[in-house]
Ligand binder design. Structure first.
Ligand code: BG6
Length: 489
């Protein structure tokens, strides 16, 4: 009755994660349309800036400039690392590490280039057939995110992004198309990457362009509501195509702790943590949490819903809860009174004096991962997947193709230890797909030099380089971790 688990389960999904827009490149190949990600601007002057301004809101003018080669603001599209043409080589490397799972996303714009067509693009569908077949050849389970920060640009400029209810139908058409096409090849799905980021980065998460929405808070939650309904309908589509399918939600989860035991700090922490938990509450339970009414009243938010929405969300909650975890944060009700504890945009908190930080100021807290896993499991009693975790760092390629990324090994090792602790705590942890298993373009900075991978890619911030793949020290380390099912770290 009380079985203590001291090892990782036999079927644990060891692997890594990536997103189409950061990995694939070939943004104008195979009939692909432009996505939001294709027009991000890389700012060479602020190389260490997190989550650049365009992640929040862009204007129509900026979008036009980014697409106009004559403009000095022109950015030559997301170059990725050309996985589109290197996928066989890349998957062979993942297989060499012993990957059991590869979390990847489908670029919506390869399937429906503008988003609102009726007929899908066969070339795009065929590309993912080849990728899934290749993964299958090595027994690697694909875990597929339907929307990872890259809706078709056309849905943004023409319809106003997710604030428009019409986008639900376009997304469901896309989800149904891929669910049906890949029903024999994909079992694990995720609907929206870091869905809670609608409250942090409206452009990238919602497809909202600045001048469309003077009341941005209303737009955020209206768009989120549409994503909830779309996610439930996509879950339905995946399960109708394959009753064995497992569909998960995905939230960016930064564990937040009170800066002090002052009751105001404690309440502020509860409130702030709900900017993440609100989303898992809806998607894992299938209904809005009790605190929604008050939260909406205080923000003057009045949602437009349809009578069927409640039932749809109730009928199709997710099967598992997945999340990204890079850091934790501390919350103070009075941050202005804390000397030296500057605000952290990503956690919405202040600096925790007990924790070290990465080169980009992300506060490293492995023990917080154990707490986060336990919290999510206690709340929903559904399997948990650690869908992203990792250290963005400046790697040095030494002579003889050597990359000694011991700092990355240390980071990952300490986090994996805590997953093992969470398993011993009794949590059903499905797997661990660390972020950026192959180096790729960083989402928040658009940089190549912020690397996460076990595999180095010879390419610089402007997309120049041979794109040669080189194994880092962490490659061999992770290979052994997987081979020993997490016993040797
Ligand atoms: C997550 C995203 O938020 O963080 C990824 O899902 C992203 O797309 C990752 O790459 C790391 O962020 P960054 O900005 O360092 O690439």
């Amino acid at each position: 009755m009380f079985e203590l688990k001291t090892t990782f389960p036999e079927n644990f999904l060891w692997g890594g994660a990536a997103a189409a827009n950061q990995l694939e490149g070939a943004s104008n190949v195979g009939g692909k349309g432009l996505s939001l990600a294709d027009v991000y601007i890389f700012d060479e002057n602020t190389p260490k800036k997190n989550w650049s301004d365009q992640w929040h809101l862009m204007t129509h003018k900026q979008i036009e400039e980014a697409q106009d080669p004559a403009s000095e603001k022109y950015y030559p599209k997301r170059h990725g690392v050309d996985f589109y043409h290197h996928y066989k080589e890349d998957i062979a490397l993942l297989a060499e590490m012993g990957f059991k799972a590869f979390r990847m996303s489908i670029a919506w714009t390869r399937i429906f280039p503008n988003g609102d067509e009726l007929i899908p693009n066969e070339e795009g569908l065929a590309f993912y057939d080849r990728v899934f077949d290749e993964l299958n050849k090595y027994g690697i389970e694909p875990i597929v995110t339907l929307s990872h920060y890259e809706m078709p640009l056309h849905l943004t400029t023409k319809y106003g992004g997710w604030v428009s209810r019409k986008v639900i139908d376009f997304f469901v058409r896309y989800a149904t198309t891929v669910a049906e096409r890949y029903k024999h090849k994909v079992k694990y799905w995720m609907t929206f990457n870091e869905i809670n980021c609608v409250v942090h980065h409206q452009y990238v998460s919602l497809g909202v362009i600045e001048e469309n929405h003077p009341n941005i808070e209303q737009a955020m939650f209206q768009g989120a509501h549409h994503q909830f309904v779309a996610s439930a309908l996509a879950t339905k589509a995946c399960k109708e195509s394959n009753p064995q399918a497992m569909v998960g939600c995905m939230v960016s989860y930064q564990l937040l702790v009170p800066y002090s035991c002052d009751p105001d700090d404690v309440q502020a922490t509860v409130d702030k943590q709900r900017t993440s938990l609100f989303f898992t509450d809806v998607q894992a339970r299938g209904y809005y949490p009790a605190y929604t009414a008050r939260m909406f009243a205080e923000k003057n938010i009045v949602l437009k819903t349809e009578p069927e929405d409640e039932q749809i969300m109730k009928d199709y909650p997710v099967d598992y809860v997945s999340f990204s975890y890079y850091m934790s944060g501390a919350v103070s009700a009075h941050p202005e009174k804390i000397e030296g504890a500057e605000g952290n945009l990503l956690t919405g908190g202040v600096k925790n004096p007990y924790l070290p930080s990465s080169d980009w100021g992300w506060q490293i807290d492995p023990k917080g991962l154990r707490t986060a896993i336990n919290q999510l499991y206690d709340l929903y009693q559904k399997p948990v997947l650690v869908a992203e975790n990792g250290l963005g760092a400046l790697d040095v390629l030494q002579e003889g193709d050597v990359i000694e990324d011991d700092y990355r090994i240390d980071y990952l090792k300490e986090h994996i230890k805590q997953i093992k602790e969470a398993i011993a705590d009794g949590v059903d942890v499905m797997g661990y797909t660390s972020w950026g298993c192959i180096d790729m373009v960083s989402a928040g900075t658009n940089q190549m030099s912020k690397r996460y991978g076990y595999i180095y890619v010879d390419q610089d911030d402007m997309g120049r380089g041979t794109k040669r793949r080189i194994k880092k020290k962490s490659f061999y380390w992770y290979k052994n971790v997987i081979a020993t099912n997490g016993e040797q770290l």
